[in-house]
Design a protein around this ligand. Structure first.
Ligand code: HDE
Length: 722
C-alpha cells in the first residue's frame, strides 16, 4: 500500500490556529512556526505542501494505516502508543448534548449600535454608535436531540453572545416572545413531557404525543405559548427569516443606577417567512439539515443574514398600569402599546471553522450581562440564572469552560480563579488572593465605578411558594394572538392543533385541550373539536375572567410582516434536454436581479443540454431535489423532455407538491404534458404562470415576491373545505 502521510492540509491547520483566540495569553508561542502547523516539518505530495502528521504529543507518525503487530497476520501490540492514543481520544469525542436546544447551528458576526441608549444605560455596548462588537449566534430547536431534523414543529432558540468591552453579554432568547411556564420550577416537567417518553424512547423531536399534551392541558398558563407554537412561527422557512426575542423583561441602569425596563427584539431584514406543515414533514426527509445548510450557504455566498435590534423601553409607571404583569414571561407588551425602537444591527458574516469547538462548546448564560443591563424579578429568568452556569460544568466538564476560545471574553480580564481541569491561564505572580498588600504586583482590584452594580430594588413579603395573582390570566393574550392572525394563519393554527391532538391516544387529553381553547376562541375550539370528531367539552375552569377586548396586533402575524420581496429566497428550476435556452437565461437574469438564488434540478446530475447546445450542470438530480426545498419552482422542458418527465413519479411530485404548498409555478408550454399527467391541468390558477416570452420571466419572479398563493389552499386541503 502507498504510504502517504494523510494530514489535514497545511492551509486548514494554519487557518484554525490563526483564528482561534489564544487561550494561553499573548505570552504563549508555539515552538513551531504558525504557518507550518503543529506538524513541524512539511512534505511535498501531489497537491502541495502538507504538515507531517503527529501524535497529540507532537511525535511524527510514520504509518497511520496499520497497527503495530508481530507478523502480517499476528496479534496487535500494547506498545503501539500511536494506535492507543488515537482510539482513546476517539472514544472520548462526545460530550453530553444539551438537555434542551441540543440541535443547533451557529455563526460569527458583529453587532453594530445605530442609535445610542446612553440616556438610559451605562452599558458601553449600547452607548457607542457605529462600533462593531464581535458576536456569535446559535440557533436551535428545543426538543430534538443533536441528530434530529431541522423542521420539527418547535420553538427556535436564538442565542446571541456579544463580546463587549465590559465582558460577554448573552441574550439567550427564542423566536417566540413568550414561554410555556411562569416559574422555573416547572421546567424539568415541561421538558420531560415533550421529550421522548422514558419507556419507549419516542417520539423524537415532536410535541404531537400524549405526554406533552397531558402536561399542557393541566397547565393553562401555557396556552398563549401554545397559540404561537401551533402557528407557522414554529416551522420557520429559515433562521434568516425569523424574529428573536429576549422574552423576559430586563432592566437598563444608567450611571446613577436609575432603572428603565426593557424587552429585546431581533427583526430579520428579509422579513418573516415560514413553510407549510405538509412541506415541513417532507423537508425533514429530503434534507434534515435544511436550516443549517441555508445559513451556511447564505453566509459562504456572501449573502449575510441581518437583524435589527429593537427595544421596548418602559418605566415602573407603565408597568403598574399595564393590563398584565411585566414579570410574567407568558405575556407580551404589544408593539402598539410600546413601539419597538430600533437601536442596532446584527450581521452574521462568518461560518465557524469547526462545529465542535465553536457551536457545540459555546456556553450561553443568561447571567452574562455587562454593567448597565440587569435582571428583573421574572421568576423564569431568576431560575435560568442558576441553570445556565450549572449546565456548563456538566457539559464542558470543567469550571474552566471560559478558557475555551469561543467562551473567552475578548476584552481584558483578570481574576484570582485558578487550577481545575484544563486550566489554560492561571494567574501569574505570587498573589492569588485579595485583599493583598503586594501593591502594583498584587493583581487586579475591584472598581466600584466601572464594575457591575445590581439594581437596588427593595422587596417585601412573606417567604412562601406563591404565584402572584397578577399572573392569573392565561387566555386573554392567547386570544389576542389568535385574532391578530390572517384567516389562513388561523386555519394553520387549527390544523396544527388537530394534527397534534390526533396523535394523542387518550381522548380525555384531546378533550381537555379543547376545553381551554373555548376561552381563547369559540370558533377555533369548535373547529378543533370537529376536526377530532369530538363533542365540544365544557370550558375549563378559568382562574381569571377572559378579557375579550384586547385589540388585534399586526406585529403578531407572519403574513402581515411578509417581505414582499423574493430576495434571499430560492427558485428551483427543473430543466430537461432541449429546454429553451433564452427563457432559461431570462429566468436566471430575473432571479439575480431580485438578489434571489436558484438551483438547477434535472433528470441527471450531469445536467441538461439546452436548445442552443449549452450544457447546464445540475445541482440536484430530481429525486434529491424535490420542490419542498424551494420557495418557488419553474419547469422548462422540450416536448421530448416533458414527455419523459410526465412518466416520472418524482417529476409529478415536484409539481403536485409545489401546487399543494401554494407555491408559484412557472412553466414552459411543453410542460403542460407533465401538468396534465400530474392532474393539475384543470386547476391551474393565477400563481401558475406560463413562461412564453422573455418578459414572462420577470413577471413570474415579481409574482414570487408574494412567496405563497395562499388562496389556493382552499382548493387543495380538505380541512379548508370544512
Ligand atoms: Fe433555556 N436552557 N431554560 N430557555 N435555553 C438551556 O443551557 C432553562 C428558557 C434557551 O444555543 C440550557 O447550555 C431553564 C427560556 C436557548 O446553547 C439549560 C429554563 C428561553 C438555549 C436551560 C429555560 C430559553 C437554552 C441547556 C426555565 C427563551 C440554547 C443547555 C426557567 C428566552 C443556548 C444550556 C445555546 C439552553 C435552562 C427556559 C432559551 C438547561 C431552567 C424561557 C436559546 O441550562
Amino acid at each position: 500500500m502507498e504510504r502517504i502521510v494523510m494530514a489535514a492540509s497545511k492551509n486548514k491547520l494554519g487557518e484554525s490556529q490563526a483564528s482561534a483566540p489564544d487561550p494561553a495569553g499573548a505570552d504563549f508561542k508555539p515552538s513551531y512556526s504558525e504557518d507550518q502547523g503543529p506538524g513541524g516539518e512539511t512534505h511535498q505530495i501531489a497537491g502541495g505542501d502538507v504538515a507531517t502528521l503527529t501524535t497529540a504529543q507532537g511525535g511524527p507518525v510514520a504509518d497511520d494505516q496499520n497497527t503495530l503487530r508481530y507478523g502480517a497476520r499476528g496479534p496487535a501490540l500494547l506498545e503501539d502508543f500511536h494506535f492507543r492514543e488515537k482510539i482513546f481520544h476517539f472514544d472520548h469525542e462526545r460530550i453530553p448534548e444539551r438537555v434542551v436546544h441540543a440541535r443547533g447551528y451557529a455563526a460569527h458576526g458583529y453587532f453594530e449600535l445605530t442609535d445610542s441608549l446612553a440616556d438610559v444605560t451605562r452599558a458601553d455596548v449600547l452607548s457607542r454608535v457605529g462600533e462593531k462588537t464581535p458576536a456569535f449566534v446559535r440557533f436551535s430547536t428545543v426538543a430534538g436531540s443533536k441528530g434530529s431534523f431541522d423542521l420539527a414543529r418547535d420553538v427556535r432558540g436564538f442565542a446571541v453572545k456579544i463580546y463587549t468591552r465590559e465582558g460577554n453579554w448573552d441574550l439567550v432568547g427564542n423566536n417566540i416572545p413568550v414561554f410555556f411556564i411562569q416559574d422555573a420550577i416547572k421546567f424539568p416537567d415541561l421538558v420531560h413531557s415533550v421529550k421522548p417518553a422514558p419507556d419507549r424512547a419516542f417520539p423524537q423531536a415532536q410535541s404531537a404525543h400524549d405526554n406533552f399534551w397531558d402536561f399542557i392541558s393541566l397547565t393553562p398558563e401555557s396556552f398563549h405559548m401554545i397559540m404561537w407554537t401551533m402557528s407557522d412561527r414554529a416551522i420557520p422557512r429559515s433562521f434568516r427569516f425569523m424574529e428573536g426575542f429576549g422574552v423576559h423583561t430586563f432592566r437598563l441602569l444608567d450611571k446613577d443606577d436609575h432603572s428603565t425596563f426593557v424587552k429585546f427584539h431581533w427583526k430579520p431584514k428579509l422579513g418573516l417567512q415560514s413553510v407549510a406543515w405538509n412541506e415541513a414533514v417532507k423537508i425533514n426527509g429530503a434534507d434534515p439539515d435544511f436550516h443549517r445548510r441555508d445559513l451556511w450557504d447564505a453566509i459562504t455566498s456572501g449573502d449575510f443574514p441581518e437583524w435589527e435590534l429593537g427595544v421596548q423601553l418602559f418605566d415602573e409607571e407603565f408597568a403598574e398600569k399595564f393590563a398584565f404583569d411585566v414579570l410574567d414571561p407568558t405575556k407580551i407588551i404589544p408593539e402598539e402599546e410600546i413601539p419597538v425602537r430600533v437601536i442596532g444591527r446584527l450581521v452574521l458574516d462568518r461560518v465557524v471553522d469547526n462545529f465542535f469547538a465553536e457551536t457545540e462548546q459555546v456556553a450561553f448564560m443568561t447571567q452574562n450581562v455587562p454593567p448597565g443591563i440587569d435582571f428583573s424579578n421574572d421568576p423564569l429568568l431568576q431560575g435560568r440564572n442558576f441553570s445556565y452556569l450549572d449546565t456548563q460544568l456538566k457539559r464542558l466538564g470543567s469550571p474552566n469552560f471560559t478558557h475555551i476560545p469561543i467562551n473567552a471574553p475578548k476584552c481584558p480580564f483578570a481574576h484570582f480563579q485558578q487550577d481545575g481541569h484544563m486550566a489554560m491561564h492561571n494567574p501569574k505572580g505570587r498573589a492569588n488572593y485579595e485583599p493583598n498588600s503586594w501593591g502594583a504586583e498584587g493583581g487586579p482590584r475591584e472598581d466600584p465605578v466601572r464594575g457591575f452594580r445590581s439594581f437596588a430594588g427593595e422587596e417585601t413579603g412573606p417567604k412562601a411558594r406563591i404565584r402572584p395573582e397578577s399572573f392569573a390570566d392565561h387566555y386573554s393574550q392567547a386570544r389576542q394572538f389568535y385574532i391578530s392572525q390572517t384567516p389562513i394563519e388561523q386555519k394553520h393554527i387549527g390544523d396544527a392543533l388537530v394534527f397534534e391532538l390526533s396523535k394523542c391516544e387518550r381522548e380525555d387529553i384531546r378533550s381537555r385541550v379543547v376545553s381551554h381553547l373555548i376561552h381563547i376562541d369559540k370558533d377555533l375550539a369548535a373547529t378543533v373539536a370537529d376536526g377530532l370528531g369530538l363533542d365540544l367539552p365544557k370550558p375549563a375552569k378559568a382562574a381569571s375572567a377572559v378579557v375579550d377586548t384586547l385589540p388585534p396586533s399586526n406585529a403578531l402575524s407572519i403574513i402581515k410582516n411578509g417581505p414582499d420581496r423574493f430576495e434571499g429566497r430560492k427558485l428551483g428550476i427543473l430543466i430537461t434536454d432541449g429546454a429553451d435556452a433564452e427563457m432559461f437565461s431570462a429566468l436566471v437574469a430575473a432571479v439575480n436581479k431580485e438578489k434571489a438564488v436558484y438551483e438547477i434540478v434535472a433528470p441527471k446530475i450531469g445536467g441538461a443540454t439546452l436548445s442552443d447546445g449549452t450544457k447546464v450542470a445540475a445541482d440536484q438530480k430530481i429525486d434529491g431535489g424535490p420542490s419542498v426545498l424551494y420557495d418557488a419552482v419553474a419547469v422548462l422542458a422540450s416536448e421530448y423532455g416533458a414527455a419523459l418527465l410526465a412518466g416520472d413519479a418524482t417529476a409529478k411530485d415536484f409539481v403536485t407538491d409545489a401546487f399543494a404548498h401554494c407555491k408559484f409555478i412557472g412553466y414552459s408550454a411543453e410542460v403542460m404534458a407533465l401538468l396534465e399527467k400530474a392532474g393539475l391541468a384543470e386547476d391551474l390558477d393565477d400563481a401558475c404562470i406560463e413562461l412564453g416570452k422573455k418578459a414572462d420571466a420577470t413577471s413570474f419572479i415579481e409574482a414570487c415576491r408574494a412567496l405563497r398563493f395562499w388562496t389556493r389552499e382552499a382548493e387543495v386541503d380538505l380541512d379548508a373545505k370544512g
